[in-house]
Design a protein around this ligand. Structure first.
Ligand code: LLP
Length: 423
């Protein structure tokens, strides 16, 4: 292979080669590695030994139930923010107590559905608190607050601070309690999520402190009734695998978070749970997206590598200018390949269909298979049928090194399965 040291070191493809997998299952293909997934779960579970500490995996990053089962085996719980996510959680065997419904602008039907399944629901506005109360008299509720501190890799994924739609302003606590009283509800939890992909612990810990400070201001009886404090997700992963990008320091984050929650619980007598809610950190690094190179050309000075990896398969680069490192699995013919600047594109009819822009890489040739690294989070879950392309297949490299199909490629029949009125 031409450029594969990162996955080689991990023995990512088990007993197979990526070219073999591409041949057997076709491309585009999401390949997952069980060992990597489990390791990331363990990194997170190890952040704190506080008895109330837990990890709530945000399944919007990746919701394949086969992977979710492994996440469950590793002791994590999960969120759901739609009936579909709830369904996936249930398929993976999570019980009601292991699922938090973190809603945002939900219809009454959706809220009812969550209650029907005995889930604790987090609401993110006063009006939704009132809506939920109308169907949950005497019940429990969680409220999502906006700590006023945002973070993230792109404006589109910063989810706290004034410029975002999320959360209840802590200044509206009186209104929150008025609504709780109106519906005889108990505030069982508070949560927040400041944004996605931070590489330093500082901002997250500061926001966690803000939430704890807010909890401290609650009336004593309310603090006693509180069962869950959820600090949200956003833990970043290093997408630059060939440039030695430093990792988020989990040891530092863990020890500081542990100290923070232990001290706070000691000080306040709180005996409930503390949750973190990562999505990306769990799922991103356990997957490589395989694609095939179908055409190579020069447009003026620019060299374009044309693949089957359109933004219908992985939208992050097109949507957020996100960086994913690229590996090249080519037939080694003994000739060294020159390094050159290349732009890897997909097969979608838009000029923004760019996967990797102006990268200095060994010359990519027709017939090569490419591996797009760290594609497990917000990869498949954000894929689409744009241009009437079928969504890709997913394969798992199990701990014993064997490959197992965990989602077949969509068929043409799948594309029309919801159509009505044709006859
Ligand atoms: N909790 C809530 C309420 C969230 O909205 C999110 C992500 C998470 C947890 C998990 O965040 P994470 O740990 O994965 O950063 N599609 C974007 C990321 C969007 C994140 C949206 N909310 C991307 O591909 O970068």
């Amino acid at each position: 292979d031409i450029r594969s040291s990162y996955t080689d070191d991990l023995q990512f493809y088990g007993r197979h080669t990526p070219r073999e997998l591409a041949e057997t299952f076709g491309t585009p293909l999401y390949v997952y590695n069980e060992n990597v997934l489990r390791q990331r779960c363990r990194d997170l579970m190890g952040l704190s030994k506080h008895p109330g500490f837990g990890v709530n995996y945000s399944i919007k990053a990746n919701a394949n139930p086969v992977l979710l089962r492994m996440v469950r085996e590793e002791g994590l719980v999960v969120d759901a923010m739609s009936p579909g996510e709830l369904y996936m959680d249930q398929l993976a065997g999570f019980s009601s107590e292991q699922i938090l419904y973190i809603s945002n602008n939900n219809s009454r039907e959706e809220l009812k559905n969550a209650l029907k399944h005995n889930l604790l629901v987090s609401v993110d506005s006063l009006s939704q608190l009132d809506d939920l109360g109308a169907i949950n008299w005497g019940g429990k509720v969680m409220v999502r607050f906006n700590p006023g501190i945002g973070a993230g890799h792109h404006a589109k994924v910063v989810t706290a601070g004034k410029e975002t739609k999320f959360g209840v302003n802590p200044g509206q606590m009186d209104e929150v309690f008025a609504l709780l009283k109106k519906h005889n509800m108990t505030l069982a939890g508070i949560n927040q999520h400041i944004g996605s992909l931070f590489m330093e612990a500082e901002g997250y810990l500061n926001a966690a402190e803000v939430l704890l400070h807010m909890a401290e201001q609650l009336p004593e009886s309310a603090l006693k009734a509180l069962e869950i404090i959820d600090f949200g997700g956003g833990f970043g992963i290093p997408y630059h695998k060939y440039e030695e990008q430093p990792r988020l320091d989990m040891a530092e984050l863990g020890s500081r978070l542990h100290a923070l929650i232990s001290d706070w619980a000691g000080k306040t007598g709180y005996t409930g749970r503390f949750l973190v809610e990562p999505g990306r950190y769990v799922a991103a690094e356990c997957s490589v997206l395989l694609g095939s190179v179908h055409a190579v050309k020069n447009n003026g000075e620019k060299r374009y590598v044309g693949t089957d990896l359109g933004f219908n398969v992985l939208v992050r680069p097109a949507m957020y200018d996100s960086f994913h490192d690229v590996e090249i699995y080519g037939k080694a013919d003994g000739n060294p390949r020159k390094e050159m600047v290349q732009t890897v594109v997909g097969n979608i009819c838009e000029s923004g269909d760019i996967l990797a822009k102006d990268r200095e890489l060994p010359e990519i040739c027709e017939g090569d298979v490419l591996g797009i690294l760290d594609a497990g989070a917000y990869g498949f879950t954000m894929s689409s049928n744009y241009n009437q392309r079928q969504r890709p297949a997913e394969v798992l490299i199990q701990s014993d090194g064997t490959a197992r199909l965990i989602r077949r490629r969509e068929s043409l029949e799948d594309l029309v399965s919801c159509l009505e009125g044709l006859n």
